[in-house]
Design a protein around this ligand. Sequence first.
Ligand SMILES: Nc1ncnc2c1ncn2[C@@H]1O[C@H](COP(=O)(O)OP(=O)(O)OP(=O)(O)O)[C@@H](O)[C@H]1O
Ligand SMILES: [Mg+2]
Length: 256
Amino acid sequence: MSDSRPTASDVLMRVVGLDKSYGGLKAVDSVTFDVYRGEVLALVGDNGAGKSTLIKAIAGAQPPDAGHVEMEGVPLRMRTPRDADAAGIGCLHQGLGLVDTLDVPENVFLGRELRTRVLGLVPQLDHGEMRQRTIELLDRFGVHLPRLNDPVIRLSGGQRQTVAISRLLLQEVRLVIMDEPMAALGVEEGARVLELVRNMRDRGISIIVISHNLEHVFQLADRIAVMKNGRLLGVVEAASTTREAIVRMITFGEAA
Ligand SMILES: Nc1ncnc2c1ncn2[C@@H]1O[C@H](COP(=O)(O)OP(=O)(O)OP(=O)(O)O)[C@@H](O)[C@H]1O
Ligand SMILES: [Mg+2]
């Protein structure tokens, strides 16, 4: 983000008064915040703070009990993941949702397969075109995957992560939400995913990334949102805070 203060027109998504309870437990409690265009917003907090519940509500995976979400001032219907899709919100949950036995282009185009007609008649999958478009997509984001035709089960964790992200980028996403994308990745693979996230931001895509790794958070984030016991304690500029201050917020609930 630039140095100047963001204005209302910089707001891509607005989350207003979101509540979600599981039985007697308030997992998400009156959470309100904005996401700006082309920013990386890190969402941090201890285990059980409510981070995943919050993003599931935004992504339509688990409707909230109260509150709403606006994209560019327009309130969203948030009952199913298709609602998020239609609003240009792509979400990577921890399982990634890849089909192990399919190859890279087949996973990228999963559910949106391209078809062609043999001799102008018999419909069949257009593997050549899907492969070509996958290569172009990966190129555009500066990503190299060695073996596109292998089933993705043979790829490493970081490569699988890349395939899952590519799937999102195939659509016109404006906001990508990632739940712990760098967890369980090696140093080099984690660095590649960081690079890909920066690449998305450079193309104007906004990103919400959940991470327990504060080193990654400070490498990536423009702003840091801290949750504790279902509540959002605050959102702070990464450049004007410290790791110690964030740890104190996470641990003791101290305001910024
Ligand atoms: N499906 C569910 N049913 C009942 N309780 C749930 C469910 N999902 C989450 N919770 C509870 O809601 C609270 C918030 O959980 P959530 O998964 O959102 O935390 P989190 O911040 O993502 O934690 P972590 O960092 O460990 O992933 C926790 O107390 C959790 O036990
Ligand atoms: Mg979680």
